[in-house]
Ligand binder design. Structure first.
Ligand code: FE
Length: 340
């Protein structure tokens, strides 16, 4: 048995090392974003605060598993990932802690924050409808609901239901139409598919350009990326494709977030909160959103010019945490309707 003195000494050593970790002037960031320009945000943060950013990059699920595996010993302070569905999964795994920050609360819209501050959204991405300019009259379709109409049989390209973006879109349909309505819609879309789901969002846009389908669904920034590509064939493909922002005379276009939160076991908690607060600064917002042609979460921040060509868009202002809460039901619906 250990003597009391030994125990006290061990406790003192543990406390000292905890203090050493906590006082280290650094923040350990686990990020599922892979944009080189994000480094300019970290450099600006270090310059302003003196806090060094140690970056670990990886796929969202891999990072969540890693933090779970590392447990209480995890060096992770902050996790940044895309899609409220992924943030919800991370939160279900218990890896976030609540953060109360006046700065975050003031700068970010309520609907882009977890209700108890477990995570925050720093930019917005829209899930839109694409159409073949040469072969489709866009006045035929103005809502997500229209995608399920029988007259569009064999016309829709959309990726698989294992993708979190589609799960979150269906989760929003559950919120707006209940389970039965959402299921009928998903069944209608499956019935209208031009081909079995395959590829990513860019592949759906390219399939429209190639004439394989008249309609497709995908996130807006993939299209913006093609438009701004240095490859002439990408730009040509994008020009063949038109974009429809759904539900403009109703609830608005479905929007998701890139976001992050502070890890429950964060050794540098204060630095982590400071880092999240910094992400809401005008400069960080411009880069964080702009690097991926996303919409800044903070109002009035300069955005990527291509977004302004789309005018004033009505965006669904539902709290994005709903996408997580409805995620298991969405996955069950996809299974029932045979959306692969
Ligand atoms: Fe994406």
């Amino acid at each position: 048995m250990l003597s009391l003195k030994t125990k006290l000494m061990a406790a003192a050593v543990a406390a000292a090392s905890a203090t050493a970790t906590a006082s280290a002037n650094e923040v350990n960031l686990y990020s599922a974003r892979h944009y080189d320009s994000d480094q300019t945000i970290y450099d600006a943060f270090t310059k302003e605060t003196g806090i060094k950013v140690n970056l670990i990059e990886g796929d969202s699920n891999a990072l969540i598993e890693r933090i779970e595996r590392e447990g209480a010993a995890s060096p992770a302070d902050v996790l940044i990932t895309v899609d409220a569905g992924n943030l919800w999964r991370a939160d279900q795994a218990g890896i976030f802690q609540p953060v109360k920050s006046e700065a975050l609360d003031k700068r970010l819209p309520d609907n882009l924050q977890h209700p108890e501050g477990h995570w925050f959204g720093f930019s917005q991405r829209l899930r839109v409808i694409y159409y073949d300019r040469s072969d489709f009259d866009p006045s035929q379709i103005s809502t997500y609901e229209d995608l399920a109409k029988p007259e569009f049989k064999g016309e829709i390209c959309i990726r698989s239901s294992s993708n979190i973006y589609n799960q979150s879109l269906l989760a929003s349909m559950i919120e707006h139409h209940d389970v039965e309505g959402a299921e009928a819609w998903a069944q209608g879309v499956v019935d209208n598919m031009a081909r079995a789901p395959q590829g990513g969002d860019t592949d759906q846009i390219l399939a429209v350009a190639a004439g394989e389908c008249n309609l497709a669904v995908g996130n807006h920034y993939y299209y913006a990326r093609l438009l701004n590509s240095d490859k002439v064939e990408d730009r040509e493909a994008a020009r063949k494709v038109g974009i429809i922002f759904p539900n403009q005379s109703g609830r608005g276009v479905h929007a998701n977030i890139s976001g992050g939160g502070v890890i429950a076991t964060a050794p540098n908690r204060d630095n982590a909160v400071r880092f999240l607060e910094f992400l809401t600064s005008d400069t960080a917002q411009e880069v964080f959103a702009g690097s991926n042609h996303e919409f800044p979460a903070v109002d009035g921040v300069l955005r990527n010019p291509v977004l302004d060509t789309w005018g004033n868009l009505k965006i669904d202002d539902i709290n994005v945490s709903v996408y997580g809460e409805n995620n298991p039901e969405a996955v069950r619906i996809f299974d029932r309707v045979g959306w692969r």
